[in-house]
Design a protein around this ligand. Structure first.
Ligand SMILES: [Zn+2]
Length: 349
């Protein structure tokens, strides 16, 4: 039996070498390895051998089968390589292609660009700052000392790091306002900047509150800047973002780092001011807080408040996006739900 196997192997290899194309190779495969192939029949006959011969014959038979299969694969690859080198097309380029899946921009990015574009057109420069901030910049320098009740307005994520006094002076910034101080420390007036960025608040989330959100802060400092400049700038911004027919309303509000402080609202674009669900029946929608930079804040960075004045403003980016696109839950922004995100594909950038 062993001799017959060896003889078959030699014959099969020689015949395979002679096969010149795929068709010849396929008939060779059927002749030896097919269901009625020579090797298959020979292997089947091993079962009829006496038990003492069966074991050795079985092992040898399987080895021959493996060798022939390996040789077949090698020959097949060689034939294909040869076909390629003779110019036979390797793939059919007339088949329609598969379109690549393209993503779109996140609604936050889209809104960020819209807002920054509106302000850069008004002469503002875009700057960014650190998200991990010192207590000094986030509170102290903004006229919010440790015992100030206004600190209650900012529920804060404190960093574990402690200074020698055992205080924890580092935090995740609760607003983009610290950059007002950083910008003024580095530059001299005139200053006109907008500062977009991520902020953090340690609070429970619901449809209008998220622990991570984006703010856009603005600051203008120069000689002779007045409340009229603040109103004119923000009015123009509102018209650029929400349409030229928008009206705006300013009302008194309180922020520790401005004096006086205002809250700015636009007339409701859904009902035109007559009152609806979007504006809670008031006809107005609040879009940001603003005010004249507090003299104490200017003094702290070494500006003479008798010479320089300025205004600052801050808005919640998601809130604006929610108004603009009719989104009813702020948590949708960062829950990575493609059903939500895909709706912004192709929105003007
Ligand atoms: Zn309305």
């Amino acid at each position: 039996m062993l001799e017959r196997l060896e003889e078959l192997r030699a014959r099969a290899i020689a015949e395979m070498e002679a096969a010149g194309d795929k068709a010849a190779l396929e008939s060779w495969r059927l002749a030896y390895l097919g269901r009625k192939g020579a090797l298959t029949i020979l292997l089947r006959s091993i079962g009829a051998l006496p038990p003492e011969e069966r074991r050795a014959a079985g092992a040898a038979g399987n080895q021959v089968k493996t060798d022939l299969e390996t040789a077949l694969e090698r020959k097949r690859a060689a034939l294909e390589a040869a076909a390629r080198s003779t110019g036979e097309p390797p793939l059919d380029i007339t088949l329609p292609g598969r379109a690549p899946t393209l993503g779109g921009l996140h609604p936050t990015t889209l809104m960020l660009r819209q807002i920054c574009r509106a302000f850069t057109a008004l002469g503002f420069q875009v700057v960014e700052g650190p998200e991990v901030e010192w207590d000094y910049y986030n509170f102290e320098a903004l006229n919010i000392p440790k015992d100030h009740p206004a600190r209650d307005m900012w529920s804060t994520f404190w960093m574990d790091f402690q200074n020698k006094a055992g205080e924890r002076p580092m935090l995740l910034r609760t607003h983009t306002s610290p950059m007002q101080i950083r910008v003024m420390e580095r530059a001299r007036p005139p200053i006109r900047v907008v500062i977009p960025g991520r902020c953090y608040r340690y609070e429970a989330t619901d449809a209008t509150h998220e622990s991570i959100f984006f703010q856009v802060e603005g600051l203008a400092v120069d000689q002779g800047i007045t409340m009229a400049d603040l109103k004119g700038t923000l009015y123009e911004f509102a018209r650029r973002l929400f349409g030229p027919e928008r009206r705006v309303r300013f009302r008194c509000d309180y922020f520790p780092f401005v004096e006086p402080g205002v809250e700015m609202a636009i007339d409701c674009f859904a009902c035109g001011g007559s009152g609806c669900r979007l504006c809670s029946g008031s006809g107005w929608i609040e879009i940001m807080g603003a005010g004249m930079v507090h003299p104490k804040v200017l003094e702290r960075v070494g500006y003479d408040p008798q010479v320089y004045t300025g205004f600052a403003f801050g808005l919640g980016l998601e809130r604006i996006a929610m108004l603009q696109w009719g989104i009813n839950d702020i948590r949708l922004f960062y829950s990575n739900d493609l059903r939500f995100l895909k709706q912004f594909k192709g929105v003007g950038q």
